[in-house]
Design a protein around this ligand. Structure first.
Ligand SMILES: [Zn+2]
Ligand SMILES: [Zn+2]
Length: 324
């Protein structure tokens, strides 16, 4: 089967003809039609995440149709495969609704092969049924950007005014989810990133500006999607007493030291790790009630490396998606 492969972190992905992966009991074989490109793929490609499976097929926002295997889905049914590929089911995290923290968890396109390929194999229990009329390419970013964004939004509790730092795939979905709940979104982008700022306003943010601009209100919470540690003290300085700063990325540069005054008055910092299957069910139920529009830049599979380069340069408006 056609695939794009990472042999070693730091090296470009290359096209390869791989044998079809074997099916274990409970696995489904999926004909991939679209796969989102995530910043995490870039972190793995660039060697910023430890110990990926090698050689590796990246990609954890898979949309495709079941070919064979398992018992949960009919052949031809449209399914999504997210980042969480498998958990042990018996550790204290798995038994308390926190399978996202399972120390033995496996991840699609990281510890297992993902969706930058014509076919993918996944444990059917971790796949999500994808009904509805959204196109395959439009759905793909929901499977990580949407899911992690959804989980991060839940971590802001009932904050009415939310700052989103870094306005890419996740933020453009979260803005729509938050606006539908009647919250105000303030988008903070790189200075002079007019494309990201105009996208933010288009999808429902009430204000968009650069990191050097002063956010015009005191925020109740902030979510940081950009992998830049210096945004943590900046966001703490922008949230009101009691406000929470949620770090939603899997990787971030070091957080510089900051005066305790920024944390004082019950401000807090937390991170969001991975997702649970429950997050998936709740996000897609919410999207069925309140549709979201994803803005995607589509690339053919063979141009995966070019798509990653655009993401690295901050040039993607919305989300990048590969079509197979
Ligand atoms: Zn576990
Ligand atoms: Zn991702």
């Amino acid at each position: 089967m056609n695939a794009v492969v990472l042999d070693r972190p730091g090296e470009p992905l290359h096209a390869a003809d791989l044998p079809r992966p074997p099916l274990a009991t409970g696995d489904v074989r999926i004909a991939v039609s679209a796969c989102g490109v995530c910043r995490t793929d870039l972190h793995i490609r660039d060697g910023e995440l430890a110990q990926p499976k090698l050689p590796l097929v990246l990609g954890h926002q898979i949309v495709g149709r079941v070919i064979e295997g398992g018992s949960r889905f009919a052949a031809g049914e449209r399914v999504g495969v997210p980042w969480l590929a498998w958990t042990c089911g018996s550790c204290r995290y798995c038994r308390s609704g926190r399978e996202n923290l399972c120390p033995q968890a496996e991840f699609t396109g990281y510890t297992r092969d993902g969706g930058f390929a014509a076919e993918a194999v996944a444990d059917e229990r971790y796949c999500l049924p994808l009904a509805g009329s959204m196109s395959d390419a439009a759905l793909a970013p929901l499977l990580c950007a949407g899911l992690i964004g959804f989980r991060a939004l839940r971590f802001t509790q009932d904050a009415a005014r939310i700052g989103l730092y870094g306005f890419g795939a996740a933020a453009h979905i979260v803005t729509q989810l938050a606006a539908a709940e009647g919250r105000e979104v303030y988008a903070i982008t790189r200075n002079d990133d007019r494309a990201a700022q105009s996208l933010a306003l288009e999808v429902g943010a009430v204000w968009a500006g650069g990191t050097d601009d002063e956010v015009p209100v005191e925020l109740d919470a902030a979510v940081i999607f950009a992998p830049a540690g210096e945004l943590v003290p900046a966001a703490l300085g922008a949230v009101a007493p009691g406000g929470r700063v949620v770090c939603a990325g899997i990787h971030m540069s070091d957080i510089p030291s900051f005066p305790y005054e920024l944390l004082w008055h019950e401000r807090s910092i937390c991170s969001v790790a991975n997702l649970t299957r429950d997050d998936g069910e709740r996000l897609f139920a919410q999207v069925a009630r309140t549709p979201v529009t994803t803005h995607v830049e589509v690339f053919p599979l063979a141009e995966a490396e070019a798509a990653l380069a655009r993401l690295r340069a901050g040039a993607v408006r919305g989300a990048a998606v590969l079509t197979v």
